[in-house]
Design a protein around this ligand. Structure first.
Ligand SMILES: NC(=O)c1ccc[n+]([C@@H]2O[C@H](COP(=O)([O-])OP(=O)(O)OC[C@H]3O[C@@H](n4cnc5c(N)ncnc54)[C@H](OP(=O)(O)O)[C@@H]3O)[C@@H](O)[C@H]2O)c1
Length: 314
């Protein structure tokens, strides 16, 4: 099968022939129609995860897939050949990814693709949607009526975070370039701030002197550090970018932590239900082909994607 591989950290990706991944026990083999592209893919390519997770070369990049079940391994109970599915496919070892014609993953990672969306839209959902879900609901325990600041509302994770926070009944503030304000407003944001034009700490302190119940950091660096000043007493800061979020929070007297998204078929089914009922919409997507994975990775690396990038595989 064709796959996009990295043979050495820091080197360009190549499309190469790779062995077909046969499904092991409890695994489902998916013929991939579309893969989702995430910032983690270029970070893996550069070797930024080499101390955090084991890996084996050649690495097939990509953690998101949407496609059709072609085989099931021993002990698979919930999926059958021909099912249209999608999944966040991260394994403990970085090795077999989804920028490929086929992937085999544990059935617990999968959900049936929502019937009312395309494979391209489905591939844009699992990693980013689950990240927003696990950060806002599992970690921050966001409640109806609370105020939440979502940094980078126009990005992949932000596109889901804004919508999920609104579904929960929260009041949503977000940061985005002014050209992305119509997009984040359409997703449901109550207020958007252009972080290029205004100091976000000063601007939000004027708007909400007591601070936010929840701040969701999807940017890291200075944005992460400065955001502690905006958390209400007893509030929470959740970061998907800073691994030291917990210890820093102790210094500020704020509950804070880092979330590293986990595959979760059960939560993906809940996301599917929200999509099928029309409450949650897929983000804006831009398509590349598998052969143009290099360009897709260069684009996501800029850090200014609106919504998501997906790769058409078959
Ligand atoms: N820990 C985890 O499990 C996990 C999971 C998913 C993602 N992540 C990480 O979280 C980050 C976001 O992921 P993503 O998929 O949402 O990335 P993305 O789609 O590449 O995010 C792009 C968005 O970021 C916005 N942005 C860039 N700089 C900003 C700033 N200083 N303030 C506000 N917005 C800014 C851009 O908006 P403008 O163009 O309007 O500037 C753009 O829309 C990445 O670093 C990613 O690696 C971690």
């Amino acid at each position: 099968m064709k796959a996009v591989v990295v043979e050495k950290f820091g080197e360009s990706v190549q499309v190469k022939d790779q062995p077909l991944p046969e499904p092991k026990d409890h695994e489902v083999q998916i013929h991939i129609a579309y893969s989702g592209v995430n910032p983690v893919d270029w970070k893996i390519q550069e070797g930024y995860f080499k101390e955090r997770m084991p890996h084996e070369f050649p690495i097939i990049l990509g953690w998101d897939a949407a496609g059709v079940v072609t085989q099931t391994g021993y002990g698979v109970h919930h999926f059958k050949k021909g099912d249209e599915v999608y999944a966040y496919c991260r394994e403990p070892v970085i090795k077999k990814g989804t920028f490929a014609e086929y992937v085999s993953v544990n059935e617990n990672f999968l959900a049936l693709k929502p019937k009312n969306i395309s494979f391209a839209e489905a591939a844009s959902i699992p990693l980013a949607g689950l990240t927003a879900w696990q950060s806002l609901f599992d970690y921050a325990k966001l409640q109806k009526g609370q105020t939440v600041l979502i940094h980078a509302g126009a990005g992949g994770v932000g596109s889901f975070a804004i919508q999920l926070a609104k579904i929960k009944g929260a009041i949503v503030y977000t940061t985005a370039s002014v050209n992305n304000h119509p997009y984040v407003k359409k997703l449901g944001a109550d207020f958007a701030l252009d972080y290029h034009q205004e100091d976000f700490v000063r601007a939000f302190k004027m708007k909400l002197p007591d601070g936010f119940d929840v701040v969701f950091d999807c940017v890291g660096g200075e944005t992460f550090r400065k955001s502690f000043a905006l958390v209400k007493k007893g509030g929470c800061l959740v970061s998907i970018c800073n691994f030291n979020a917990e210890s820093l929070g102790q210094q500020y007297g704020v509950r804070s932590g880092h979330v590293f998204v986990s595959p979760n078929g059960r939560q993906l089914r809940e996301i599917s239900a929200l999509i099928e009922s029309g409450q949650l919409k897929p983000p804006h997507i831009e398509e590349f082909t598998l052969a143009h994975a290099k360009q897709a990775l260069e684009k996501i690396r800029t850090g200014h994607t609106q919504g998501k990038i997906v790769l058409k595989v078959t």
